[in-house]
Design a protein around this ligand. Structure first.
Ligand SMILES: Nc1ncnc2c1ncn2[C@@H]1O[C@H](COP(=O)(O)OP(=O)(O)OP(=O)(O)O)[C@@H](O)[C@H]1O
Ligand SMILES: [Mg+2]
Length: 273
C-alpha cells in the first residue's frame, strides 16, 4: 500500500483538566475526501489545530507524506498542509486578490533582498503570483471582484475566498472547517462541486461539517468524533447505518426516539379528547 498523504497517530490534546482529544487516529489516502463529523464540542476544530501546528498535541504525531510535522504553522503550510477556519480569517481591509496573493507568497522564491530592491526577479515573481491568484479566484467561482475589499463580500463568497487563499499555497492536503456554515442550499451544492473539483486537481481533503447529507454525498470515508474520541469510521454507508452514530446525533437510540415521538403524539390526542 502507498504511504498515506496525511496520517494522525494517536493524537491527544488536554486543556487543563479537559481531555479535548483522546488518542485520535486518522488516515487520508492520496486523492480522497475524508469527512469529520461529531456534535458541538466533540474536538473537531481542536483536531485541525493539532494537525496544523496551531496546538502542540499532548501526545501523538502527525505525518504529511510520511514526514513528521513539527509544530510551527508556517512550516506546516510550506510542507503542504493548508486549511480554512470555522470563523473566517481573512484580511478584511485587503482586496480579494491581495488575500489570495498572501497565500501565494508561501511559494515565492525571492529572498528578502529581492523584495527590498523590487528588482526584475521580484517583479516577475509578483506578476506570476497575481496571475495564479486570478486563476484560483476563477476556479472557486469568484469573478469580477478582485479589487473589492474582502470584508464587503457576502458571507458565502468569503468562504470561497478562504479556499482560494488556501489553494494558493499549493497544498497536498486541504483541511476545511465547516465550509458551508451559513450557506443556502444552492451555495452548499456549489461548494460540494468545488470540493470535488479540488480533489480532481490532486489535492486530498479533510472536511468538517454538521450537514450530514453534504458529508455523506461528498466523502469517501467518514470519521465520527464524540467527546474527543473516534467513535466510528468507515464508508458513508457503514457510518450512516451505525446505531452509535444515530445515538450520538440524536442523543438517544433510534427506538427510544421513535418511542418519544409516539408518546408525544398520544399526549396531544389525549389533550384534544
Ligand atoms: N484553546 C482552548 N482552551 C481550552 N479549551 C478549549 C480550547 N479549544 C477548544 N477547547 C475545548 O475543547 C473542546 C472541543 O472544542 P472544539 O472547538 O474542538 O469542538 P468542535 O468539535 O469543533 O465543536 P463545534 O462543532 O461547535 O465547532 C470544547 O470543550 C472546547 O471548549
Ligand atoms: Mg469546530
Amino acid at each position: 500500500m502507498s504511504t498515506p498523504v496525511l496520517e494522525a497517530r494517536d493524537v491527544s490534546m488536554v486543556f487543563g483538566g479537559l481531555k479535548a482529544l483522546k488518542g485520535v487516529t486518522l488516515t487520508l489516502e492520496e486523492g480522497k475526501i475524508v469527512g469529520l463529523i461529531g456534535p458541538n464540542g466533540a474536538g473537531k476544530t481542536t483536531f485541525f489545530n493539532c494537525l496544523t501546528g496551531l496546538y502542540t498535541p499532548t501526545t501523538g504525531e502527525v505525518l504529511l507524506k510520511g514526514n513528521v510535522l513539527h509544530g510551527d504553522p508556517a512550516k506546516v503550510t510550506a510542507a503542504g498542509l493548508a486549511r480554512t477556519f470555522q470563523n473566517i480569517r481573512l484580511f478584511p481591509s485587503m482586496t480579494v486578490l491581495e488575500n489570495v496573493m498572501v497565500g501565494r507568497h508561501v511559494r515565492m522564491k525571492q529572498g528578502p533582498l529581492a523584495s527590498l530592491f523590487h528588482g526584475p526577479a521580484y517583479q516577475r515573481g509578483e506578476k506570476a503570483a497575481r496571475e495564479r491568484s486570478r486563476e484560483l479566484l476563477a476556479f472557486v467561482g469568484l469573478n469580477g471582484v478582485d479589487d473589492e475589499l474582502s470584508r464587503n463580500l457576502p458571507y458565502g463568497d468569503q468562504r470561497r475566498l478562504e479556499i482560494a487563499r488556501a489553494l494558493a499555497t499549493d497544498p497536498a492536503v486541504l483541511l476545511l472547517d465547516e465550509p458551508t456554515a451559513g450557506m443556502n442550499p444552492q451555495e452548499t451544492e456549489a461548494t460540494q462541486q468545488l470540493i470535488f473539483r479540488i480533489r480532481d486537481t490532486g489535492v486530498s481533503v479533510v472536511v468538517i461539517e454538521h450537514d450530514i447529507k453534504f458529508i455523506f454525498g461528498l466523502c469517501d470515508s467518514v470519521s465520527v468524533l464524540v467527546q474527543g474520541e473516534l467513535l466510528v469510521e468507515g464508508s458513508p454507508e457503514v457510518v450512516r447505518a451505525d446505531p452509535r452514530v444515530i445515538e450520538a446525533y440524536l442523543g438517544k437510540p433510534p427506538e427510544e426516539v421513535q418511542h418519544d415521538v409516539e408518546a408525544a403524539a398520544a399526549s396531544v390526542e389525549e389533550e384534544q379528547a
